[in-house]
Every structure is written in C-alpha cells, then in structure tokens.
Design a protein around this ligand. Structure first.
Ligand SMILES: NC(=O)c1ccc[n+]([C@@H]2O[C@H](COP(=O)([O-])OP(=O)(O)OC[C@H]3O[C@@H](n4cnc5c(N)ncnc54)[C@H](O)[C@@H]3O)[C@@H](O)[C@H]2O)c1
Ligand SMILES: [Zn+2]
Length: 347
C-alpha cells in the first residue's frame, strides 16, 4: 500500500519521471480553477504532451453530472485503457476524478496529486473514492488505489487560511490517536508556524499504516473516525439550518465533545488531557455557536452515523492521548451533555 505513496520536493520532476517510466498511451490532467491557477504551473513544463480537463471547484460539483462531463471528455479525447488521469486538486477532485478513472472503461490508471491540506493528509490516502448523490454524501463510490500518490507539502502555501485550518483538524486528529510527542509538538505552535512537510509526512505514514492493516474498515480503521461521530452530527445539522461550518471546524468541536465523554463519563482520558485538548482546539478554531435547541438535533444525527450498529451509538474514544479505543457505546444523553459542556467553554 505505502509503495505507491511518494513524498517529493519537486512535484513536476517526480511526475515527469513517473510518466517516463510508464509509457502511457495518453495523459490527461484534471484540475479545478484554483488548482489550475496555483498548482498546474508547478508541473506543467515537466509533463509530456497532455490534455487538461477543467471542472468547477466545490463540493456541489462532486456529483454525477460532473462525472458525465469528465467521462465525455475522456471519450472525446479517445483515451484508451492504457491512458492515465492525473488528478491535481483537493479532496473533491481526488474523490470524483478517482471514481471517474476507476470506472472509465472498467478502470484506467490515475495519479493523485493532492493540493489541499485535507487531501494531503487524509483523502488521498486509503483508496476511498466517491461522489455525492442527491444530498447523500459519498453515497456512490468504490475502493481503488491510485497508481501513484504524489505528496508535495508546498501546495499548502497558496491555500486560503480557512482551508488550511480545516485540514489541520485531521492532522490534529492523527496526532491525538497516534502519539503524544507529536501532539505536544503541535500544541506548542500556532497554525501558521507549523512545520507542514514534517507534519504531513507523520499524518500520511500513520494513516497509510492503519489503512494497510484494515483496508475495508472492519476494525482498526475506525480509529480515523475520532471526533467525527459528533463532528458529523454538528456539520450536518448546521448545514440543514443554513449555518454551514467547515468540516474541520465541526471535527474540532467533535473532538472536544467526544473527549469530554471519554473523560467525564467513561473514566478514560484524564481531566488534564481534556483541558489540553480544549485549550489548543479553542485557540486555533474558536467556537461554533451551539445552543440548547441544537443539542437534541445533533444528538439525533449521531444516532444515524454509518458506523453504528442497530440503535446504539458507537464511537471512538481516547483512552489517553495517543491511544484510541473503538466501538465504545455512548448515549444520546451523553452527547447532549458533551455539547452543553462545549457551548459553555470560555475562549
Ligand atoms: N476519500 C477519502 O477518504 C476522504 C476523506 C476525507 C474527505 N474526503 C472528501 O474530501 C472533500 C474535501 O476535500 P478538500 O477539503 O480538499 O476540498 P476541495 O477539494 O473542495 O478544496 C478546497 C478548496 O481549495 C481549492 N484549492 C485546492 N488546492 C489549492 C491550492 N493549492 N491553493 C489554493 N486553493 C486550492 C479548491 O479549488 C477548493 O476551492 C470532501 O468531498 C470529502 O468528502 C474524502
Ligand atoms: Zn474528516
């Protein structure tokens, strides 16, 4: 699995060498308007003759209509089974472009070149490809590994601050579930001063190791869901209410709420560890405005989490920093109390 993940300081050169080795019949590069502007110029001159396929940026385009346009373009360009699609963009392009490549003519090779922090540390690793379907997120998709995942941390520099911060929540999650020294290093530094290439490498190696052990999410891989049971509930509820927050903001709030349950209801995390988590996450992410009326709705949504069994809410909780435990049952009442705790925190 980790064989086809490559860290590079020069993405153009690395791609050029990969393509020279592989002799594909044709090459297309998938971009959106932002990756076309900020990232494509860094690789353009190293590529052999190629086509560029451009789609609009945004989650709302991660759907069948855009796939049809991509498949049509691949067809118009006469791309055969021995061609390759290079996907240069964030998680939206990676998920959708990978899905298109994995299904076009029963599958052509694709290369992921993730350009957002979230895609560098999370979505480009693990082979999950999907599109949204009628408001159901990641509803249609497949598991398929790319021929190469090329990781260049320099792409992070052109990302808007809020996109950086949103992806940072996954970096923090990976540290909290893997090792205390990394968490300690992260929490002493402000977001803008984080050593990205080092942190990206840590996050990727950690996630790749987990995925290798449990590719189809039967057990261990569930630890990557830390902060997401309640985080997804918050994200979905606020979207339904037209008060959209970014994924990472919701995950940060979810990590705090789930840590409260671990510490105050399950005798896992210590009070000191809970304080450390709350202090740092609030400092970086601020607080989402959640009120009494929201708690019930968020709790009800956590009950619908894909990872549950029957009517029980199963959650990953931290036993201590660096050590998650999976499939811990939590109750609706505990979720509501945790949200109340979150909403009363002082920044
Ligand atoms: N497959 C998985 O395992 C997995 C895991 C987590 C998330 N995801 C998916 O990832 C998606 C979110 O990905 P995302 O956060 O990267 O969003 P995104 O792909 O929408 O990118 C965010 C924004 O940044 C822009 N952008 C990209 N690279 C840039 C750069 N270097 N400089 C400036 N702007 C740039 C994009 O055009 C976009 O406007 C969701 O659809 C989610 O479902 C998938
Ligand atoms: Zn996430």
């Amino acid at each position: 699995m980790s064989d086809n993940i490559l860290f590079t300081a020069d993405p153009g050169k690395a791609l050029g060498s990969f393509l020279a080795e592989h002799q594909y019949s044709s090459v297309a590069v998938l971009v959106d308007q932002n990756s076309a502007l900020h990232c494509y110029p860094l690789i353009q001159n190293n590529l052999p003759p190629h086509h560029v396929i451009a789609v609009p940026a945004g989650e709302e385009f991660k759907q069948l209509g855009t796939c049809e346009k991509i498949w049509q373009k691949l067809t118009d360009l006469h791309m055969d089974r021995h061609s390759v699609l290079i996907i240069l963009g964030g998680g939206v392009l990676g998920d959708m472009g990978g899905f298109c490549a994995a299904t076009y003519k029963r599958g052509v090779d694709f290369v992921l070149v993730p350009t957002t922090l979230l895609s560098l540390v999370d979505s480009s690793i693990g082979g999950k490809l999907a599109i949204d379907f009628h408001h159901l997120k990641n509803h249609i998709g497949v598991f398929q590994l790319p021929a190469l995942t090329l990781l260049y941390s320099g792409f992070v520099t052109t990302l808007p601050y809020l996109e950086q911060r949103s992806g940072f929540a996954e970096v923090i999650k990976h540290a909290l579930i893997s090792d205390r020294p990394t968490w300690d290093a992260i929490r002493k530094v402000a977001l803008k001063d984080q050593p990205w290439s080092h942190l990206i490498e840590h996050s990727v190696n950690f996630k790749a190791g987990v995925v290798q052990e449990d590719p189809k999410e039967k057990g261990l891989r569930k630890i990557l869901n830390t902060g997401h049971t309640i985080g997804h509930g918050i994200e979905t509820h606020l979207l339904n209410e037209n008060r959209k927050v970014m994924h990472g903001e919701a995950v940060a709030a979810g990590i705090i709420a789930e840590s409260w349950i671990a510490s105050q209801r399950k005798d896992l995390l210590t009070q000191n560890e809970l304080n450390e988590i709350c202090d740092y996450l609030l400092r970086v992410f601020g607080k989402i405005d959640l009120r009494e009326a929201d708690f019930e709705k968020v709790a009800a949504l956590t009950l619908q989490d894909k990872k549950n069994r029957g009517n029980r809410i199963l959650c990953v909780l931290l036993e201590r920093i660096g050590k998650p435990v999976i499939d811990r049952e939590i109750t609706l009442e505990e979720v509501k109390r945790a949200l109340q705790f979150y909403s009363q925190l002082q920044i």
